[in-house]
Design a protein around this ligand. Structure first.
Ligand code: HMG
Ligand code: MG
Length: 303
């Protein structure tokens, strides 16, 4: 197996995780948690989302969170940005990277961002151009690449065509989303074989949800094909309110443990990350899916 020496983990828990929680956290709790994550060795944290607060009420305090956190040198602080209005708010919150998002399938795109794909692309182009002019880096999420809750399989040509358009707009990274956690390693290999023929592997990230327990298997497959950028959520939080069946992201804790055991550098201290996972678990009031968090609790690691 070809595994990389080093991978980069993009922590999306404060955005993908908290957007989907029933318990509403206070702004100061969000800030405290992000500050804990900032000192774990993570180099990238997606801290919030500048979408319409009516659509994602748990993140309605996005600007206060962005203004309240203690920034650590060397950490990129990113946020989800759907449109120009979101970008204005993100810039006033001093965000380093704007993450635009859309879906490879028409129905999920419509349900998630209230527009067909054809009307979404010009909006994203505008955001990417203006963000770049404002010296922000940009990433684009392409959701439902490995399956759509409404349309099931999404044609590969459609994934290629939209990816091409997003790269032409100048994005720095494309994160391919397994929004409903439906992917399997054979499918990951098939899709990556096609995409890596067209786009540089350094510009592709993978965003697996772990609905069916396949996230780490899929990550190993992608690593074996040269991908080194992976999204994860502390504690295994995560989910898209507009994708039925979408549950937690790949748990950052489990990803770090696996990499450490395999001799792959992540730069993140598992002990510190687990403390942050335990802290947010207590705030959410439910048992989180991270295996390493539950294992650490069962052997009294925190006492
Ligand atoms: P819309 O209602 O179609 O927007 O929402 P609009 O442009 O027609 O504007 C309507 C009103 O909203 C206007 O106000 C705008 O000013 C306001 P009015 O003039 O009527 O008073 N508005 C805004 N206000 C604040 N911030 C903004 C903003 N934009 C417009 N940014 C929109 C379109 C995209 C904004 C809406 O559909 C939305 O916010 N959707 C949220 C979708 C979302 O956050 N989904 C979850 C994240 S995606 C995900 O989880 C997948 C991912 O993790 C990858 C994966 O797993 O695959 C990324
Ligand atoms: Mg997601």
């Amino acid at each position: 197996m070809k595994v990389p020496k080093k991978i980069s983990i993009k922590e999306v828990g404060p955005r993908d995780g908290l957007q989907n929680e029933q318990v509403l956290l206070s702004t100061s709790d969000k800030i405290s948690w992000i500050d804990m994550l900032s000192v774990t060795g993570l180099s990238y944290i997606e801290i919030t989302s500048f979408v319409h607060p009516k659509w994602i009420p748990p993140l309605r305090d996005a600007l206060d969170v962005a203004k309240g956190i203690k920034r650590q040198p060397g950490v990129t602080y990113a946020a989800l940005v759907p449109n120009r209005k979101g970008l204005e708010r993100a810039i006033s919150g001093n965000i380093d990277e704007a993450a635009v998002f859309m879906s490879a399938s028409e129905t999920h795109n419509q349900k998630n961002i209230n527009k067909p794909i054809s009307e979404t692309l010009p909006i994203l182009k505008e955001v990417i151009t203006e963000a770049t002019e404002a010296k922000l880096t940009t990433r684009a999420y392409l959701s439902t690449v490995f399956g759509c809750p409404y349309e099931k399989n999404v044609p590969l040509e459609q994934i290629v065509r939209i990816s091409e358009t997003l790269f032409e707009m100048g994005i720095d990274e494309l994160s391919l989303g397994d929004t409903i956690g439906a992917a399997n390693p054979v499918q990951v290999e098939l899709i990556l074989e096609t995409l890596l023929n067209r786009f540089p592997k350094e510009k592709i990230a993978l965003h697996f949800h772990n609905t069916r327990g396949m996230a780490l298997a899929n990550i190993i497959t992608a690593m074996n094909m040269g991908i080194t950028s992976f999204d994860g959520a502390c504690g295994g939080l995560g989910g898209c309110p507009y994708a039925p069946g979408s549950s937690g992201n790949a748990a950052t804790d489990d990803l770090i443990y696996m990499c450490a055991q395999m001799g792959i550098e992540t730069g993140v201290e598992l002990g510190k990350l687990l403390l942050a996972a335990k802290w947010i678990e207590e705030k959410t009031g439910r048992q989180l899916p991270s295996h390493n968090l539950q294992a650490a609790k069962s052997i009294d690691c925190f006492s």
